[in-house]
Design a protein around this ligand. Structure first.
Ligand code: MRU
Length: 345
């Protein structure tokens, strides 16, 4: 199951809002459709959002039928539309910046065919980089996984959240492939149920033992000694190591600390945002109230009850045992060690 696939002049997006009930695709033929798919979370997960946006940007150029002289202005509009889709995952802005950099380098090129080709190949490269990086994260992360481990994860940081393989689930896949005895507890992840709908599905397809729990069961599991480590993905990591991830991650980090259980984050370096000093500066997306009042279209609360629906929270770096990246595992002090790792080639 691939979250996205470039078809030459359109982007095939697996509609994750329908999983696991139905396998449905959207063929996005222009940048607006890609933006819509990101907003509606048909494609979701920080690295997958980044790759989708890159192809969306390329589509913005491919489908442009105006004067070449006005292309720059048009591409600024395309960038703005894609950038406003979701605010928290920095991979979106990172990928768009890579695309804009290529576009800028093309300022004196008059061959429109050449421009399109350069933009498509940059989007392809972003996708390919993500694919490779996830296997490296898997290898790096496998070094901290014991021979037998019960791992609690949250949301979906798997193949569906990336171009392939996954970050946190990449580590789990690598451990399973190296014959470690792994059992995964997947928190269901209200309100969007990425854990129940996506993580459970992905792991079952790979025959990795997985047990689904409701989010409010994590503390009891830990108290019973059923969790050896917590392993999650990330949407944005600040320069001091504070990590924004799916709402509910912070509660798990507090619980892990209280039970002296290691808490690891797995993410590509494209998720690290050194321009943001601490978690307080990370913009947190708030989503529609209906996601809380309803569970997938079925009303579960008074129709007009007030709702607060932040999609992410920030785990302070002091609660994080280590951050697993493609360049190695970063441990505290994060302010020093993240910077050191980022400048290393
Ligand atoms: O709202 P989502 O589903 O896009 O949130 C996804 C997460 O929070 C993931 O844990 C994160 O993006 C890492 S995915 C490798």
């Amino acid at each position: 199951m691939k979250a996205l696939e470039w078809m030459g002049d359109s982007l095939k997006i697996l509609d994750q809002t329908r999983l696991p009930i139905e396998i449905k695709y959207r063929l996005a033929t222009n940048y607006e459709e890609v933006a819509e798919a990101i907003e509606k979370m048909e494609v979701r997960g920080a690295p997958a959002i980044g790759a989708a946006a890159a192809y969306g940007y390329a589509l913005g150029a491919i489908k442009y039928d105006g004067e070449l002289a006005n292309l720059k202005e048009h591409m600024e509009k395309v960038q703005k539309r894609l950038a406003e889709t979701r605010p928290t995952a920095v991979n979106l802005f990172w990928a768009l910046r890579r695309m804009e950099d290529r576009m800028r380098e093309l300022h004196d090129v008059t061959d429109f065919g050449k421009i399109k080709q350069v933009l498509i190949s940059e989007a392809d490269q972003i996708a390919e980089d993500d694919r490779q990086v996830n296997y490296l994260i898997g290898e790096e992360g496998n070094s901290i996984i014991p021979e037998e481990a019960n791992i609690l994860t949250h949301c979906n940081a798997g193949a569906l959240a990336t171009v392939e393989y996954g970050t946190a689930l990449g580590v789990i896949r690598a451990a399973h492939r190296s014959n470690k005895k792994i059992n995964v507890y997947a928190g269901e992840t209200r309100p969007f149920l990425q854990g129940a709908r996506l993580t459970a599905l992905e792991l079952m397809k790979d025959e990795i033992p997985v047990t689904l729990i409701a989010d409010n069961m994590a503390g009891f599991l830990m108290q019973q000694g059923k969790v050896d480590l917590v392993l999650v993905g990330a949407d944005r990591i600040a320069a001091n190591g504070d990590t924004a991830n799916k709402i509910g991650t912070y509660s798990l980090a507090i619980l892990a600390q209280a039970h002296e259980i290691p808490f690891y984050v797995a993410a590509p370096t494209s998720t690290i945002d050194l321009k943001v000093a601490s978690g307080q500066e990370i913009p947190i997306e708030e989503r529609d109230a209906q996601e809380i009042r309803e569970v997938f279209g079925v009303q579960v609360a008074p129709a007009d009850v007030d709702v607060y629906n932040p999609a992410f929270d920030v785990t302070p770096s002091k609660l994080i045992t280590g951050i697993i990246t493609e360049k190695g595992i970063v441990t505290p002090p994060y302010s020093v060690n993240l910077l050191k790792m980022m400048v290393r080639t």
